[in-house]
Write a protein that binds this ligand. Structure first.
Ligand SMILES: [Zn+2]
Length: 98
């Protein structure tokens, strides 16, 4: 069983949470100037890498608040959690590799 440390409630079972996808996806500043392929990339394409991944989670059966998780997708080890709007802790890379 995976235990997730909610930054607001403390450690809880994974079944109380919902994974919300990759973190730190920025909305394009001028979406009207993007090609269809660039817009589709923004909307639909996400990394699916093995290893450290920065993602969003919501504590839906608890405080119902969103936060970020740095998790190793191979081992499920959670390196850290941090609040929405915060930058990833030093030493952790952004979730999306270009
Ligand atoms: Zn919570």
């Amino acid at each position: 069983m995976l235990l997730i440390p909610c930054p607001f409630c403390g450690e809880r079972e994974e079944s109380e949470f919902h994974q919300g996808g990759e973190a730190h996806i920025e909305r394009p500043k001028n979406p009207d100037k993007l090609s269809d392929a660039e817009w589709a990339d923004y909307l639909f394409l996400r990394d699916n890498k093995k290893g450290l991944y920065l993602e969003r989670w919501v504590h839906r059966h608890g405080c119902r608040r969103w936060f970020n998780v740095a998790r190793d997708t191979a081992t499920n080890e959670i390196k850290t959690v941090y609040k929405m709007g915060a930058k990833p802790p030093r030493g952790l890379t952004k979730g999306r590799a270009k």
